[in-house]
Unconditional design. Structure first.
Length: 223
């Protein structure tokens, strides 16, 4: 059964690579149970994970990016490639998972973690300048993009309390075929995939849906 290895919370620091005064991208495992709930609209609310902090509310946080999950298996791949230790939370993820195909999850797929929490996959993580500055690796945005292992953003359907060691159960999967990895490819390296992204329907983060519509509209005007 897939497991939650850690719930990670922000360890705040200031840096010249972020547009905000501080950044919470450095997340570290919590020692005990953590409450998770829908935080509110993007732009006014941050993380859905209690004790976590989001400073750049313009681009991060809010109901449709309430929680960010990344697979330990993918961290291990990067750890080997980069030749450095990558502890849980170092990619800014709230949830570090084991045994779960995070990038193969469908937009709209729902996970139960612990007794009560239900999350729904909404989108993929697009690498930003803060992420690149934090990792301090040459050409990081390009390397991360080419790897197609972005991790998943999720919204909260039912709030709950979770902790390391909890099981993760995929409780429902939609009928389309738009995975987190597919969405990421469509928005980055393979724009020809964009039309099919809309098959994800209302489960797709509205910000991403609007971006897809704008790009498709632009292509139509060029045709």
């Amino acid at each position: 059964m897939p497991l939650l290895l850690s719930v990670n919370l922000a360890h705040l620091h200031s840096a010249d690579y972020t547009d905000a005064d501080f950044t919470g991208i450095d997340k570290r495992p919590a020692a005990g149970p953590v409450a998770v709930a829908a935080p509110g609209p993007m732009g006014t609310a941050g993380s859905g994970v209690a004790g976590d902090v989001v400073y750049d509310l313009r681009d991060h946080g809010g109901d449709h990016q309430a929680v960010y999950a990344f697979a330990r298996e993918d961290l291990d791949i990067w750890q080997k490639e980069l030749g450095r230790e990558l502890p849980n939370g170092v990619f800014g993820e709230n949830l570090t998972t084991s045994g779960l195909d995070v990038n193969g999850a469908l937009i709209g797929e729902r996970w139960r973690i612990g007794a009560d929490l239900i999350l729904e996959v909404t989108s993929a993580r697009i690498p930003c300048r803060t992420f690149a500055g934090w990792l301090d690796e040459q050409g990081w945005v390009k390397r991360f993009t080419q790897a197609t292992m972005p991790g998943a953003y999720l919204r909260v359907i039912e709030p709950g309390e979770i902790q390391a060691g909890d099981g993760i159960e995929v409780v429902s999967r939609p009928g389309h075929e738009v995975t987190v990895a597919y969405l990421f490819r469509a928005l980055t390296t393979e724009p020809g995939l964009l039309p099919r992204v809309l098959d994800a329907g209302d489960a797709l983060n509205p910000t991403y849906a609007a971006k897809v519509h704008r790009r498709l509209s632009g292509r139509s005007r060029e045709a």
